[in-house]
Design a protein around this ligand. Structure first.
Ligand code: DQA
Length: 147
């Protein structure tokens, strides 16, 4: 099973940016944690992080041509602004789970809006970086593979 893990703007700064909200693990630590989790479950993860909206859209399209089984995406602040990312997920029709490290419902009002959510089959938030693992659990259970 192939799952693409996509992270949007500023998530390369994990561990450095606002550790009170996003924790002290680095982006590399996050990838290592997900890789380990996937190894034990026969899942092939692929990672992509970009600070650019178009690059994120291109990576979602690429997932279609690679016949990916699922996408886990933390679009960062593009969650709250990007109809283009919503359309990209709708375009590929791949089961997609939205992840947020923090609980966006308990922060500023502008973080309550998620455009991408309506194209996603599930959302995980406020569980720190473990949220990515819960997203993978959801995708594997949904397709009846893994675990
Ligand atoms: C975030 C929440 C967003 O509001 C914010 O812009 C981020 C990270 C999260 O993981 O909690 O960059 O998606």
């Amino acid at each position: 099973m192939k799952i693409i893990i996509i992270n949007g703007p500023n998530l390369n700064m994990l561990g450095i940016r606002e550790p009170d909200k996003y924790g002290t693990e680095s982006y590399s630590d996050l990838m290592a944690k997900i890789r380990k989790y996937c190894e034990d479950r026969n899942i092939e993860p692929e990672f992509f992080q970009s600070n650019h909206e178009g690059a994120l859209i291109d990576r979602i399209h690429q997932a279609y041509f690679e016949k990916a089984d699922g996408i886990v995406i933390n679009p960062g602040a593009y969650t709250h602004t990007s109809i283009a990312l919503l359309d990209a997920v709708k375009s590929v029709g791949i089961p997609t789970v939205e992840v947020h490290i923090s609980d966006v419902t308990k922060r500023e009002d502008f973080r309550r809006i998620s455009y991408i959510r309506q194209a996603c089959c599930f959302t995980v938030m406020g569980q720190g970086t473990d949220g990515y693992l819960r997203a993978i659990d959801y995708l594997t259970e949904k397709t009846g593979e893994g675990i």
